[in-house]
Structures are given as structure tokens and as C-alpha cells.
Design a protein. Structure first.
Length: 541
């Protein structure tokens, strides 16, 4: 696939401009190209070929997205007032660094009060889940590893052994002899190589086995004529009033993200716009257009409401001895239901990729105030300094460690709004506000219980994320919501076709429209929602 191209010609007219190339943007790009539309995809991140991913995440300049430090990798960490959020960047969006798990949620998602009265969503989305699974190459993980057997034992201890199962994942499992002809699209897709079970999914698959979006949706979008422009971040969407004679309704201004020289805007015109920049990117852009630039002043007052996080916690355990290698397998290999609303998965990084240990801290339970939590952590460190060194200093953290991803369906939420934060170097960006009626909690008690049981079985050091243990700030890798669906602009930002109220031809198609915590990894649901949205757009006349 092509690398970065120069800016689009400013007199060009597109039928659609798609902002973002994650699960929403990629589906939109392919389906629109398939229907004959002329479109441009703007992606702030870089193109990554398999050989471009870092060998370990200690090569942080290739792993983290932090442009202020000239780091243009695939993972951004945003620390807001009430949440630490891990999200993606690059052509293919979050698929480049996600853990490959592609699961359908249960009926609780479709029955969520936020959208259940608007349509029969389970029936509407059922064929699109099937299409998403086919396009993303979903297969059951074929191999279980030491961490899986430990988790199976923990499930049995809790009387939940029947809920333990291998994960469905978007990975090509084939023979290890040589690269193979495309196994998914009757030979029309790219060559693929089989999984080596190295654990490197979240650092970036260097073996061409992970079904990232550049190998399916984006591959065909570009093949069918879509122009994909990387290192290009949309800064403004401006309606053209009245619409031009050629049909142009919007002008989009974008800038180059990786150039150290200036921040000048390039402009393109389009008949329609799809915003699919992920929750933080989408909300940041729409807030800027509504409030500061005032190019979209009629956006709903509901913008930024009902943001959810899958009610997650990031916990883990580091074995004190190194005889067992916990780094092998795809990134997430199994899952079990710890109780009726909680699912837990073991997560791994490849041996040698221990950068994320810097986010760890000893696991502590709730305490009144930050000072109390800090004192508890300091007490643990002083009582067990060698264990603290195993967490932060001694080699082999990824080899000996297992992250435990805890996800819940409980309806907790927060609100995002414009503000300043440390992670944006005090520039204008997003900040968060708690929903006091249904606040997102940093501590999930059943998650702590499972982590301690797991650690007992592995002679491990239980740990949590530093923001959870020290600051009482939750973590998530699955930020959702912020553009509610409604009947009008007072109820929601978008309608049931995901078209923005008051702005015909402007759509939001990404995790921002997910109306509840699915309690499982949401990538398949976002893909199915995008397939549904694009099915409502007719072919080009």
C-alpha cells in the first residue's frame, strides 16, 4: 500500500471526506468506494508496514504517539482529570495496536435505555455483525498458554469454570512454512503470513498475521479508488452556505502532523463528511468547531455527554520466578465471566517489551483520599522492596507478567468537555467531569479478588495501574460514547443513521455512537455499526 502522499489539491471536490481510519473510518471508506463515491481519508498517524513496527516497545518513539517529543507511534496515552485513556493512531487506527479480540456483546447492549426505543438494534445489526466477522477474519484462538490455565483455575475457584473460553480473534492462523495467498477474499486481498504466537499484537505485528484494517477494509478502499492521506489531522469543518453549484457543502481544513515546520492549513471541499477519529479525536474536533471556531454552532448541547469506558480496570501480576514464560500467545487468548456483569481476560506483551511496567504500581484497596492511597503504596514498597523492583526495575517483566483486563456492563459514565490538561501540555484539548449519579470507579472489587487469586497461583506480585492505585483515576483502552443517538438535537448529536442533527451530509461513525458498555472488547460492535451506517447510504447515482 502507498505511503504518505502530498496534500490533496485544494480545488479538488470529493463526494466524501472521511476523518480517521479506525474501525469506523475504514468501513466507511471501503463501502463508499465500493458504491462508486470519490473520497479522501484523512489520518493523523503514519503508515506502518509490518517491518516498520518496533521490535520492542522500549523503542518508544515508534510505539507512542507524542508529537511534542517527535514520537509518532501507534499508541497515545491521555490522562484526563477522571480517566487515563489508551487509544490508537496510524493508518488502521486502533487496529494496529489492539489485542485482536472480536466478540459480540450480549442482549444488554441492545436493550440499553439510551437507544432501545429508537429501533430494534439487535435485528438491525445482526447481518452486519456477520459481515464484520467475515471481513475481519474472526477465528477462535487455537492455543491456550500458562496464563490461560491459571485463569481457568481461578474461574473454577469462583464457581465460574463453565464461563471460561478461548477468545475469538482477528488473526490468521495457518501453516508456518511461507507467506500464503490471501486466505480471506478469494485471493483478491494481500499476501498473509501465519501467526507465530509471539505476543506482539499490541506492539504491532511484524509477521503480517494480524488482521489489521490496512489488510482488509482499507486495502480494498484504496484498491477501489479511495485516496488515503496519512499524517494529516483535520482541524476545522466549515459548511459552505449556500452549497456551491458543484454540490460542495463542506470545506475541511487539515494540517500535517509530523512536519516540524509550521502549522498551516490545507483545505479540501466535499459534498459529505464522516467524522471517525475515535472518541477523543471526534469530540475534540466537534467541540472546537462548535465552541471556539464556531463553524458548527448548531451542534447538539448533548455533545460530550454519556461517555463510557466499559467500566474497566487494568490490573496484573508479575511472577517472582522466571521459569514460566507468560509472554507467548496472541495478546489475549481467553476470557471468563467473574460474575454476571464482569468479564476478565489475560493480556500479554512479547518478551522484552516491558515499557508498560512504568504504568504499574502495587495493588491497594480503596482508601480515603490520595494521601491514604500513596501511604499504602509506599508501605507495600518498604515492606517488600524486592517485589517493587520486580514491578519497576528487574528484567523480564513481560516474560513473567500477565495483565488482567477487567470489563463490566455496569452503566457508569462521565462527561467530556473542552479544557486543558497536562497531557496536552496545557494547550486546549479535552477534560472530563464525573457523573455523580453513576461515576466510573477506579477499583473493581471482583477484579482485585481475581488478581490476588491469580497471583497466589503464580507466586506473583499483584499490581494495578499507577493512576488507579495512587490517584484513584480509572483506566480504559475502550473509550466509548459522547455523541448520543436521539430523535432530535435536544436528545442526541446524531440520528439513527448517524447523521448529525442540523448538518445534512455530516456523519459520526466510530465508537462515539456506542450507547452503553458492551462489557467485552468493542471493536466488532463499532465495525458492525459502521457497516449498518454505510448500508443506509445509497450507491452513487
Amino acid at each position: 500500500m502507498a505511503m504518505r502522499q502530498g496534500p490533496a489539491a485544494e480545488d479538488d471536490l470529493f463526494d466524501f471526506v472521511v476523518i480517521g481510519s479506525g474501525f469506523g473510518g475504514s468501513v466507511s471508506a471501503m463501502r463508499l468506494a465500493e458504491k462508486g463515491y470519490r473520497l479522501l481519508v484523512l489520518e493523523r498517524g503514519k503508515w506502518y508496514r509490518p517491518e516498520d513496527f518496533p521490535k520492542t516497545n522500549w523503542s518508544f518513539w515508534k510505539y507512542l504517539w507524542l508529537p511534542a517529543l517527535r514520537c509518532f507511534g501507534i499508541l497515545q496515552i491521555s490522562l484526563l482529570r477522571d480517566e487515563m485513556i489508551l487509544h490508537g493512531s496510524g493508518v488502521g487506527g486502533g487496529s494496529l495496536g489492539y489485542a485482536c479480540v472480536l466478540m459480540e456483546p450480549d442482549d444488554r447492549l441492545f436493550e440499553a435505555p439510551a437507544w432501545r426505543d429508537l429501533a430494534d438494534w439487535k435485528a438491525l445489526l445482526e447481518p452486519h455483525y456477520r459481515t464484520a466477522k467475515r471481513m475481519l477474519g474472526v477465528a477462535q484462538n487455537p492455543r491456550l498458554w500458562p496464563a490461560d490455565e491459571v485463569l481457568r483455575g481461578v474461574a473454577a475457584d469462583l464457581g465460574r469454570a463453565s464461563t471460561f473460553a478461548p477468545t475469538p480473534v482477528g488473526v490468521f492462523f495457518g501453516e508456518l512454512d511461507q507467506p500464503e495467498r490471501d486466505p480471506y477474499f478469494d485471493g483478491d486481498g494481500p499476501l498473509r503470513s501465519p501467526c507465530t504466537h509471539c505476543g506482539g499484537c499490541m506492539v504491532g505485528c511484524r509477521y503480517n498475521a494480524k488482521n489489521t484494517l490496512d489488510k482488509n477494509y482499507l486495502y480494498f478502499a484504496q484498491k477501489w479508488g479511495a485516496q488515503i492521506l496519512s499524517e494529516s489531522q483535520a482541524e476545522i469543518i466549515r459548511p459552505l452556505l449556500p452549497a456551491r453549484e458543484d454540490g460542495a457543502r463542506y470545506e475541511i481544513g487539515y494540517r500535517t502532523t509530523t512536519s516540524p515546520w509550521g502549522r498551516g492549513l490545507h483545505h479540501v471541499r466535499s459534498r459529505n463528511v464522516i467524522v471517525a477519529a475515535g472518541v477523543l479525536g471526534t469530540l475534540d474536533l466537534l467541540f472546537r468547531c462548535r465552541d471556539s471556531l464556531q463553524s458548527l454552532p448548531a451542534l447538539s448541547p448533548r455533545l460530550g455527554q454519556e461517555v463510557r469506558t466499559n467500566s474497566e480496570a487494568l490490573l496484573g501480576s508479575t511472577a517472582r520466578r522466571g521459569e514460566v514464560d507468560y509472554s507467548k500467545g496472541v495478546a489475549i487468548t481467553s476470557i471468563f465471566e467473574a460474575d454476571e456483569e464482569t468479564r476478565i481476560e489475560p493480556v500479554r506483551y512479547p518478551d522484552g517489551s516491558s515499557l508498560m511496567r512504568l504504568l504499574s504500581a502495587p495493588l491497594v484497596e480503596a482508601s480515603s483520599g490520595i494521601l491514604g492511597r500513596v501511604l499504602k503504596v509506599v508501605g507495600r514498597v518498604l515492606r517488600n522492596p524486592i517485589d517493587a523492583m520486580r514491578i519497576w526495575v528487574l528484567p523480564g517483566w513481560a516474560h513473567r507478567g500477565t495483565i488482567l483486563l477487567v470489563m463490566q456492563t455496569s452503566d457508569t459514565r462521565m462527561r467530556l468537555r473542552p479544557g486543558r490538561s497536562l497531557m496536552t501540555f496545557f494547550r486546549r484539548g479535552l477534560t472530563s467531569a464525573r457523573d455523580e449519579q453513576r461515576p466510573i470507579q477506579a477499583e473493581v472489587p471482583i477484579g482485585h479478588k481475581v488478581t490476588r487469586l491469580f497471583s497466589e497461583r503464580t507466586n506473583g506480585v499483584p499490581q494495578g495501574a499507577f493512576n488507579e492505585s495512587l490517584l484513584n483515576i480509572p483506566s480504559t483502552a475502550h473509550i466509548l460514547g459522547g455523541c448520543p443517538i436521539g430523535r432530535n438535537a435536544q436528545e442526541g448529536v446524531v440520528d439513527t443513521k448517524f447523521e448529525v442533527f442540523n448538518y445534512p451530509g455530516l456523519y459520526v461513525v466510530d465508537g462515539s455512537v456506542v450507547p452503553a458498555n458492551p462489557g467485552v472488547n468493542p471493536s466488532l460492535t463499532i465495525t458492525a455499526l459502521a457497516e449498518y451506517a454505510m448500508s443506509r447510504i445509497p450507491p452513487r447515482p
